[in-house]
Design a protein around this ligand. Structure first.
Ligand code: CP
Ligand code: NVA
Length: 310
């Protein structure tokens, strides 16, 4: 069975820990681990725009000794409707792994079902699991560990980041609280799955529409844009309901005094986060952005080792 990483709970708690520990090793040893030497090629396909994901996968694949093949789907036959499964069959005879940023989760599931090489989710409408690995690595770096810490996510509780914080956070043993308007609350199936995972890790998962309750005593405060890619037409209606959930200095003062602040970026200062917060002393967003590199290298190395040995 080929192992893929399509959503956060594709890694068990033990496996997630292995990936994060390898990532920590790679931080101090950027070029010493080259499982893609040969070199093997890894395809990185984008249906949506990207800065961090594109850069970190390209740099990371090169540092692992491989060749990154960055594909803008609109300039490939995928953009003209070639079936996903046919694309998978063409790719998997030539590349060692497929990384894809797309819209519906069902699309990446279709790719994975047809591909004999690992498929990695580089963001879908439903999940952004590579980002959460980077975020958890950042928490480890700044807090020593993740287990037992409270992570508060404020903003759109129904988007990819909220889903991934729920699943990935509880897998790491964290207490994840989503604070969002009730019209933008987490998917019930994702929340239920997070509660289920949490029962085995000592973490917990909850939703509230009260931003103060969400952030109260939190060790980690996270947010994301109120308007995700693909939601641009809803930009106006996605403003007023979210204002109480903006991460301001005042809201942050209700968190633990040594709380760290995460944002996957790109950030919209004055919307979901105050400039004084993202540019302030509790913000670790630049470490977080760098950690995309280390976390994804570890994930690629871990998945490829699994697939070659199975
Ligand atoms: N955080 C993140 O995924 O950034 P990009 O959209 O720039 O890749
Ligand atoms: N929720 C955002 C994350 C961007 C990295 C989006 O999907 O646009």
């Amino acid at each position: 069975m080929t192992r893929h990483f399509l959503r956060d709970d594709d890694l068990s708690p033990v496996e997630q820990g292995e990936v994060l520990t390898l990532a920590q090793q790679l931080v101090g040893d950027r070029f010493g681990h080259q499982p893609l030497a040969g070199p093997q090629t890894v395809a990185v396909i984008f249906d949506k725009t990207s800065t961090r994901t594109r850069i970190s996968f390209a740099v990371g694949i090169a540092e692992l000794g491989g060749v990154p093949l960055i594909i803008d789907a609109q300039t490939s036959q995928m953009g003209r409707g070639e079936p996903i499964a046919d694309t998978a069959r063409v790719l998997d005879r030539q590349v060692g792994a497929i990384v894809w940023r797309t819209s519906a989760q069902t699309r990446i599931e279709e790719m994975a079902a047809a591909a004999r090489v690992p498929v990695i989710n580089a963001l879908t409408d439903e999940f952004h699991p590579c980002q959460i690995l980077a975020d958890l690595l950042t928490v480890r770096q700044h807090k020593g560990s993740t287990a037992g810490l409270k992570l508060a996510y404020l903003g759109d509780g129904a988007n990819n980041m909220a889903n991934s914080y729920l699943l990935g956070g509880v897998t790491a043993g964290m207490h994840v609280v989503i604070g969002s308007p009730s019209d933008y609350q987490p998917d019930t199936a994702v929340l239920a799955k997070a509660v289920d995972i949490a029962a085995g890790t000592g973490g917990s998962a909850a939703w509230t529409d009260d931003p103060l309750e969400a952030v109260d005593g939190a060790d980690v405060v996270a947010t994301d844009t109120w308007v995700s890619m693909g939601q641009e037409a809803e930009a106006t209606e996605r403003e007023a309901p979210f204002v109480p959930y903006a991460v301001t200095e005042q809201l942050l003062s209700k968190a633990s005094a040594d709380a760290i602040v995460l944002h996957c970026l790109p950030a919209y200062r004055g919307k979901e986060i105050e400039a004084a917060v993202i540019d302030g002393p509790q913000s670790v967003v630049w470490d977080e952005a760098e950690n995309r590199l280390h976390a994804q290298k570890a994930l690629l190395a871990w998945l490829l080792a699994r697939n070659f040995s199975s």
